[in-house]
Ligand binder design. Structure first.
Ligand code: IMP
Length: 199
């Protein structure tokens, strides 16, 4: 049977982000991956803000492939580090970037002996559609940075991030649904769904 489900591309190569977003979206949208549309590009993230980077990624897909699409950019903002790593979260440790273990290790080194461990994750999602042009939503979760990594679920900085609403658990100790309920990306995705419901 043919499906009337609206299709949208999520411009990410991160399978964790894709499954988190799909878990929130459920059957309200058909979320295609970059592989689904045969896009194997290394999409540049050269912006200086989360907003710019999410826009760059969404534009790349819309202009080159023609699909309605969404793209997110996420930063971990640590109070004692003046908001770092922020927009550089994926490229915090020296090297080619996207080495999550190296990024997390560097963060823990830079936080050694630091008493103020307050931090937050912020996600910006850009939605680009033929019908409504560009729309932007964001989501924030407040928490703190642990002393050492705990838990093995999730990805990225999850083992060292303790959300305020999780009673001392790190994101990496939570399953996808529990993380989505309180996370930056879960919150931004629910706003996105609200936007799309009215289109
Ligand atoms: P980007 O949005 O893919 O550029 O992500 C920036 C950095 O933050 C990457 O190193 C990711 O691994 C990390 N990151 C993004 N979202 C999350 C999350 O939900 N939990 C933990 N780390 C994340």
């Amino acid at each position: 049977m043919a499906s009337n489900q609206r299709e949208i591309v999520f411009a990410t190569n991160n399978s964790h982000k894709l499954s988190e977003l799909r878990a929130v979206v459920g059957d309200r949208l058909k979320v295609l991956s970059l592989a689904d549309i045969n896009c194997h590009d290394d999409i540049p993230e050269t912006g200086s803000t989360l907003e710019e980077n999410s826009m760059l990624k969404a534009l790349w897909v819309k202009e080159k492939y023609g699909y309605d699409c969404i793209a997110d950019d996420t930063g971990l903002e640590v109070e004692a580090l003046n908001g770092e790593p922020g927009v550089r979260s994926a490229r915090y440790a020296p090297g080619d970037g996207h080495d999550s273990l190296a990024n997390m290790k560097l963060l823990l080194i830079n936080m050694e002996g630091v008493v103020n461990r307050r931090a937050r994750f912020r996600t910006v999602i850009t939605l680009l559609t033929d019908r409504n042009g560009r729309q932007v939503v964001d989501g924030i979760v407040n928490g703190s940075i642990g002393i050492e990594p705990v838990g093995c679920n999730g990805f990225g900085y999850d083992p060292v991030f303790l959300p305020d609403e999780a009673d001392g658990l790190t994101f990496a100790q939570m399953d996808t649904d529990a993380k989505n309920l309180i996370s930056h990306r879960g919150r931004a995705t629910r706003q996105l769904l609200t936007l799309l419901e009215h289109q």
